[in-house]
Design a protein around this ligand. Structure first.
Ligand code: GLN
Ligand code: ZN
Length: 774
């Protein structure tokens, strides 16, 4: 029998579920992109990947983590890796990989990002995080086959260096629930029906890991923190009975995170698995009572996620210790961990030299979260006195945060406290507003517009970089932006659009731009977080009370208006989206933070209006994506989220038209929330879903104006006029012409001018044609 790699366990050890994959300077991103561009060989890519993994392990061991996760690393995405591990890669990608020496890698990246011939797998959000995974495609004919090479190799790398490691795999139930039926699957096919064919493949991988020396393997089942049917819970029980019935296997830990297990907890507790990993932070704090009610899991190991793995804040270590003390009585063996993989936070707060030092000490990125985890484990196993200095420093940091002028601005507090329900309600009913707006704007039926951004060209990006580096003066940069706005306005006039935009050339990013101009936000230099594949984002940190020191968008919007007689739409990012794509403070309810942001935007909207802007769009593409995972919390979320939007927008005159925009989601289940925004016009992504949304809006009796997208801006393809006409006709079956707007699905910033000139001309031509036939 192989020698087992088990932890000789201090009573309480520190461990984790996963770590950021990019390497300290995003080496992995550069290596993967270099490979795509043909600048690196597959061998060179694998060498970089190995050294990034070795660096991570060194860091984790030096920090004092007792059992390292392995297999969480990925060249692109861990769900795609899981599909590969079980052999569920559609044949078209294997074919696209060819037969060369790097065929497997080529097939892997073909599935991830497509080739000239095949479209990639669909991508979607990983639960309510900002990470996106590739959606496995399954069908009745899917043949699973185990390929444990990656898992085994990464585990071996770790244990060859000495010390304990625990392979982390996405579990079979979540894998199936995260997948979707492929195009050929046929009506009525249920992915979960594949479970019995999938389990033997997992059993084989587990056996391979056991043979390599793994004492423990973790199977992640985050899908169980969502509302699940009795059928799914039954399948879960079945899966873990089957996997534990296999002889000669590692011990199993089933992990969950992002929310409480709810009904799935008794199922897992009653299953023969040897351990559970549970989240005890945020909404998942409910796990504690549930576990206690159950009488604990005295015969199982518990990996307790007590450090929030999704925020950037230093934890309250005393509170975590108190929680752990309770958990000690509820389990046979306790380990301490962050609540989830640290994939969702930046790497190292110590590498932010530009940050205000007082803010810096409140922060904990991945590296600091591991340190916190280790301190907690030491306090419990070796005694508090062994970590007294760390606990004292933590108390001091928390106290400085509570008492800081940044976190508590009395003026902001006073203003928020004085908000009344009337402030979040437009005084005039929609019908009155619509008439006033029609009188002021005199738009034709089927009015045409765009969603805001025009292409962020290489020249714009270069100008911004040159300006930042001090090689392009402020005036030089401003002239560059002004010239771009002139071109964008001219292009829109030529295309015949009815409501123009300034094109957002000055914005690197729709959240960062505002974060940099609002008090209360801080931005980082290296705070990269993986969004998907090799795409990383640097979310701003919302650290304190929010206010607006000066107008943000008025100048460029007014400049664009000075260039044309047509209305120009002002363009803002809404409060919910500013929160969703930032790291938000954890020391007050999100609703309170949203209200502060809303008031700052309300000031901006008042200034835009006073400057003469008749149409103002407040984008909320993230409204749907931060919907809580559990149904029971959704109504409360939607109530404060829509209130924040209305608080931002309700101060305008009747004849000022408020637009909003949403994308990246299906909206069927939040139509009443969209209505609750009380915007005069909403534009929605729709071209890819064949105008389903228009029908849904009609069924829901949506009373105001809508612009379901007629041009799919995610692809470089220029739609034909006929195609657009068809979509408009289809939308007209559900929405009357006077309430229908004609616009693309989303902003044009990722497109090129070669495409959007013709596309917008066809869009306006299609609108004119349909209009003429009304
Ligand atoms: N106004 C933004 C743009 O056009 C909206 C972007 C978005 O919806 N994600 O780029
Ligand atoms: Zn959009």
């Amino acid at each position: 029998m192989a020698l087992l790699n088990d932890t000789p366990a201090p009573r309480v050890a520190a461990t984790l579920h996963g770590y950021p994959r990019q390497g300290p300077d995003r080496e992995l991103k550069r290596a993967v992109e270099g490979y795509w561009a043909g600048r690196r060989t597959a061998d060179e890519l694998h060498t970089t990947a190995r050294s990034v993994r070795a660096g991570i392990r060194r860091q984790l061991r030096d920090a004092g983590a007792a059992e390292l996760p392995t297999g969480d690393f990925s060249l692109y995405d861990h769900v795609l890796d899981t599909a590969w591990m079980v052999g569920a890669i559609p044949a078209r990608y294997r074919a696209a990989g060819g037969t060369g020496p790097d065929a497997e890698l080529a097939a892997y990246f073909a599935a991830a990002r497509g080739t000239a011939e095949v479209a990639p797998l669909e991508m979607t959000k990983w639960f309510d995080t900002n990470y996106h995974y590739l959606v496995p495609e399954l069908g009745p004919h899917t043949v699973f086959a185990a390929d444990s090479r990656k898992q085994v190799a990464e585990f071996r790398e770790a244990i060859d260096e000495g010390g304990a490691a625990r392979p982390v795999l996405l579990g079979p139930v979540s894998f199936l629930l995260l997948a979707k039926p492929g195009a050929q699957a046929g009506e009525g096919f249920e992915v979960l029906s594949l479970l019995d064919r999938l389990l033997p493949v997992y059993a084989e991988v587990l056996a391979d890991l056991r043979a390599a020396g793994a004492a423990w393997v973790q199977l992640d089942e985050p899908a169980l923190v969502q509302d699940r049917t009795a059928g799914v819970l039954h399948a879960t029980a079945h899966a873990y009975h089957a996997l534990t019935a296999v002889e000669d296997r590692p011990k199993l830990v089933v992990a969950s995170y992002f929310d409480a297990l709810g009904d799935a907890l008794p199922v897992l507790a009653a299953s023969p698995v040897e351990g559970l990993a549970m989240d005890f932070t945020g909404p998942a704090a409910a796990n504690l009572d549930a576990l206690a009610t159950l009488g604990g899991i005295p015969d199982k190991r518990l990996i307790a996620g007590v450090i929030d793995g999704r925020n950037v804040w230093a934890a309250d270590l005393e509170r975590a210790l108190a929680l752990l003390a309770t958990l000690l009585g509820l389990t046979g063996r306790l380990d301490v961990a962050p609540s989830c993989s640290l994939l969702h936070v930046p790497l190292d707060a110590a590498r932010e030299p530009d940050l205000d030092p007082q803010v810096a000490r409140w922060l904990a990125f991945a590296r600091q979260k591991v340190d916190e985890t280790v301190v907690l484990a030491r306090a419990l196993s070796a005694g508090r006195e062994t970590v007294a200095p760390q606990l004292a420093a933590n108390r001091a940091a928390l106290a400085s945060r509570r008492g800081s002028a940044l976190t508590v601005d009395p003026q902001v507090r006073g203003r928020c406290a004085a908000v009344t329900p009337a402030d979040a309600r437009r005084p005039q009913p929609y019908a009155r507003r619509a008439a006033a707006q029609q009188a002021r704007l005199a738009l034709p039926p089927l009015a045409t517009t765009t969603i805001g951004s025009f292409p962020q060209t290489g020249e714009l990006r270069t100008a911004r970089a040159e300006h930042r580096a001090g090689r392009l003066s402020a005036d030089g940069y401003r002239e560059r932006i002004a010239a771009e706005i002139r071109d964008v306005v001219a292009l829109q006039e030529k295309a015949g659009l009815d409501v123009l935009v300034h094109g957002e050339p000055e914005r690197n990013d729709m959240v960062q731009y505002f974060a940099e101009r609002l008090n209360g936000f801080v931005t980082t230099r290296h705070g990269w977080v993986q969004s998907y594949g090799t795409r990383y984002v640097r979310p701003p940190i919302l650290a304190g009370d929010v206010s607006r020191p000066a107008p943000i968008t008025v100048e460029w919007t007014s400049y664009a208006r000075s260039l044309t007689d047509r209305p120009v739409k002002g363009m803002l990012t809404g409060p919910v989206t500013l929160l969703a794509w930032s790291f938000v403070r954890d020391d007050q309810p999100r609703a309170d933070t949203a209200r502060q942001v809303a008031l700052a935007l309300r000031d901006e909207i008042a200034d835009l209006e006073a400057a003469g802007t008749a149409v103002i769009q407040v984008d909320e593409p993230a409204l749907r994506e931060t919907l809580p995972l559990r149904q029971e919390r959704r109504a409360a979320y939607l109530a404060w989220a829509t209130e924040a939007f209305r608080l931002a927008t309700a101060g305008v005159r009747a004849d000022t038209q408020i637009h909003t925009h949403m994308c990246y989601a299906e909206f069927g289940d939040i139509l009443s929330a969209i209505e609750a925004l009380d915007a005069d016009v909403v534009s929605l992504e729709a071209a890819r879903s064949y105008m389903e949304i228009a029908g849904e809006l009609a069924v829901a009796d949506y009373p105001r104006e809508v612009g379901p997208g007629v041009y799919d801006i995610h692809s470089p393809r220029v739609p034909g006029e006929r195609e657009i006409t068809d979509l408009i006709d289809r939308a007209l079956r559900s929405v009357p012409a006077r309430r229908l707007w004609i616009n693309p699905d989303c902003g044009l910033k990722t497109r090129g001018y070669a495409e959007i000139g013709p596309a917008l001309e066809r869009m306006t031509a299609a609108a004119r044609r349909v209009r003429a036939a009304l």
